[in-house]
Design a protein around this ligand. Structure first.
Ligand SMILES: C[S@@+](CC[C@H](N)C(=O)[O-])C[C@H]1O[C@@H](n2cnc3c(N)ncnc32)[C@H](O)[C@@H]1O
Length: 257
C-alpha cells in the first residue's frame, strides 16, 4: 500500500485517454443548467511537473501527452483537451500536466461542486497546496472565491462515495481511478457504482470507454500488441507485467488501437 505515486505516470497514454474522456463528460454534464457534483474518489496530486525526478525517470509522458503537444491537426474534441494542457503551460514548453481534479476545476462551471479524495498523505498535501496556489492565482486575477466549491479530504474515496450519493442537485459525475495496488480495488471498482442509489447517473470511466468494452478488457490483461522490436510489451511480456502494466494501462492501450 502507498507505493504507487502518480507522478511517475502523469501524462502517459492512459492519462491522455482518461482526461480526454473526462473533458467530454464535463462538457456533456455542462449542457444542463442544473449544477452537479464532481466526485474524484482517487484524486492524486492534482498537478504534475513533467521535469520532476519521477516523471523524468519513467519518461512515460513522452509516449502520451508529448506526442500530441506539437500537433495542430487534432480533431476538435481532442484539441479541446490539449488546449487545456497548453493553458497551464503559457511559455509554450510542456512542463506541467493536469491531473483529474485540475481538469474538473477547469471544465466544470463555477456553480458545480468538486469533492476530492486522496489517501496518500504526501499526495494529499500536494493536492491541497496545488489548489491553494490556484485559488491565490485566481484571486490575483480578481476572481471571486466560490467558498466551499472545492472540498479536499484525506480519506478513502470508496468509503466516501457512499455518503455523497445522491448529491443535493441529484446530478453527479464520479471518477473512480484507483491504482490497483490492492486486490480489493478491483472488487470495489466493480461493486461501488452498482451499490450507489439508482436515482443518480453515476458515470464510471471504464464502463464509458467503448473500446475497453469492445475489446473485453480483463482486470489484469494481456500486454498490447506491438510490432516486433517496438516496446517492452512485445519483447518481454513478463517483464511488462512485472513493471505493473495493469488494468488502466491495458484499458487505454486497447482503446487506442
Ligand atoms: C491513478 S492515481 C489517481 C490519478 C488521478 N485520478 C488523475 O487522473 O490525475 C490513484 C491515486 O489514488 C490514491 N489512493 C489509493 N487508494 C485510495 C483510496 N482508497 N482512497 C483515496 N485515494 C486512494 C493513490 O495514492 C493515488 O494517488
Amino acid at each position: 500500500m502507498f507505493s504507487y505515486r502518480h507522478a511517475y505516470h502523469a501524462g502517459n497514454h492512459a492519462d491522455v485517454l482518461k482526461h480526454f474522456v473526462q473533458v467530454q463528460l464535463h462538457q456533456y454534464m455542462n449542457q444542463k443548467d442544473t449544477a452537479y457534483t464532481y466526485i474524484d474518489t482517487h484524486s492524486g496530486a492534482g498537478v504534475y511537473a513533467l521535469d520532476s525526478a519521477q516523471a523524468v525517470k519513467s519518461g512515460e509522458y513522452l509516449e502520451g501527452i508529448a506526442r500530441l503537444w506539437e500537433r495542430d491537426d487534432l480533431p476538435a474534441p481532442l484539441a479541446d483537451y490539449v488546449k487545456l494542457v497548453r493553458a497551464m503551460n503559457p511559455s509554450g514548453r510542456l512542463r506541467y500536466y493536469p491531473g483529474s481534479p485540475y481538469v474538473a476545476e477547469q471544465v466544470a462551471r463555477p456553480e458545480d461542486r468538486l469533492r476530492l479524495f486522496e489517501l496518500h498523505p504526501a499526495d494529499t498535501r500536494l493536492l491541497v497546496e496545488n489548489f491553494r496556489k490556484l485559488e491565490a492565482h485566481k484571486a490575483e486575477q480578481g476572481e471571486r472565491s466560490r467558498g466551499r466549491r472545492i472540498l479536499i479530504e484525506h480519506a478513502d474515496g470508496f468509503q466516501a462515495l457512499k455518503s455523497l450519493l445522491p448529491p443535493p442537485s441529484r446530478r453527479a459525475l464520479v471518477l473512480i481511478d484507483p491504482p490497483y495496488e490492492v486486490k480489493l480495488d478491483y472488487k470495489h471498482v466493480r461493486d461501488r457504482p452498482r451499490r450507489s442509489p439508482r436515482t443518480v447517473p453515476v458515470r464510471h470511466l471504464r464502463g464509458l470507454v467503448p473500446g475497453a468494452a469492445a475489446h473485453g478488457v480483463a482486470p489484469v490483461c494481456r500486454p498490447p500488441e506491438a510490432p516486433a522490436g517496438q516496446g517492452m510489451a512485445a519483447r518481454d511480456p513478463d517483464a511488462w507485467r512485472r513493471r505493473g502494466r495493469t488494468a488502466r494501462a491495458c484499458t487505454a492501450a486497447a482503446c487506442s488501437s
